[in-house]
Design a protein around this ligand. Structure first.
Ligand code: SF4
Length: 330
């Protein structure tokens, strides 16, 4: 970190989230699924860290572990002076106000039997904020901030379009004035024409509220648009991380290079060579030895099958961090 950069708001250190894989007559644990495997990241106040990877790479599990919807197996989640990884549910309550989540499918995350007014009022009730009239005033303000009419309070989630439902999900996430929001594929389920509206809303709110975002997506083009820094995840591990422009324009990991090559050119007829990745993401229950990417990497050498590369510094143009987990300079 350079001297003029603020201290991190969130610092995740060596985080592991493993799930037991059960089998047999007695459903005993027979293996472990290493969904998040030794991840370290940080996010500064007002900053967006984009987290990219294919489906099943562990990025959503990482987000849910940070907000403690899932208990970590090991590691630290240092947020605003506390280690969230070890706190009881009761001790977590004041911190939950500060760390909120926006989900991919707002239809799943909004209770279909509750009116929008009730959905947005609930966080205030849980945290004992205001009387009924104060809560009504706050709900009306939230609807205004996310661009929905005040009449929405009487209506139910099914009466809204996907984009409007995501606005409701965003209103709920910001209702308690959080510092950090985990955005888990917030535009993936929306039409392309609606995606930019939601992205612009998130960017406006970030400016107004000095929010920090962990922005999770499989679409590197979307992530580049909103992120200050980008982390690339493969089979539960970060394989590259750095400034958004730096990683996008000078990717060092073959996996990042393949993801970027798959982004459609802004100008038809550009000279980007698409790199097709062979095969699917291997199972995190039985990941490949050494570098987990070696089964799909066009540059793999014998060393890659035996030795796992750790993240190492590469020289970045911006002077900010740029790290990559590859044995070679590619
Ligand atoms: Fe490819 Fe080897 Fe680098 Fe892994 S360590 S990304 S297999 S070249």
């Amino acid at each position: 970190m350079s001297a003029d950069q603020p201290e991190a708001l969130l610092r995740v250190e060596g985080l592991k989230t493993y799930f037991p894989v059960r089998g047999g007559v007695f459903l005993t644990a027979q293996a472990q699924c290493k969904a998040v495997d030794d991840v370290s990241i940080h996010i500064r106040p007002g900053e967006t860290l984009g987290l990219v990877g294919e489906s099943g790479c562990g990025k959503s599990t990482l987000g849910k572990t940070i907000v403690r919807l899932i208990k970590p197996t090991k590691g630290k989640i240092l947020f605003d002076g506390a280690d969230l990884s070890t706190l009881s549910d009761r001790a977590l309550k004041p911190h939950r106000r500060q760390v909120q989540m926006i989900f991919q499918d707002p239809a799943d995350s909004l209770n279909s039997r509750h009116s929008i007014g009730n959905i947005l009022e609930e966080p205030f009730i849980i945290h004992g904020i205001g009387d009924a009239s104060e809560r009504d005033r706050r709900v009306a303000k939230l609807l205004d901030v996310v661009g929905l009419p005040s009449s929405a309070v009487e209506r139910f989630p099914f009466e809204f379009s996907g984009g409007q439902r995501q606005r409701i999900g965003i209103a709920r996430a910001i209702s308690l004035n959080p510092k950090l929001v985990i955005c888990d594929e917030p535009v993936s389920a929306l039409d392309v024409s609606i995606q930019s509206q939601i992205l612009n809303l998130l960017l406006d709110l970030q400016q107004e509220m000095n929010l920090s975002y962990l922005f999770i997506a499989h679409d590197l083009a979307v992530v580049k648009h909103v992120s200050d820094r980008i982390a690339i995840m493969y089979l539960g591990r970060i394989v590259e991380m750095g400034g958004a422009d730096e990683v996008y324009e000078r990717p060092k990991h073959p996996y990042t290079q393949a993801l970027i090559s798959a982004i459609p050119e802004p100008v038809p007829g550009g000279n980007r060579q698409r790199q097709i990745l062979a095969g699917d993401v291997p199972s995190p229950i039985d990941p490949p030895s050494g570098c987990a990417f070696h089964t799909r990497c066009p540059h793999a050498q014998p060393k890659c099958r035996e030795h796992r590369p750790e993240l190492r510094d590469v020289v970045a143009r911006t002077g900010d961090e740029h790290v990559v987990a590859c044995h070679f300079d590619i």
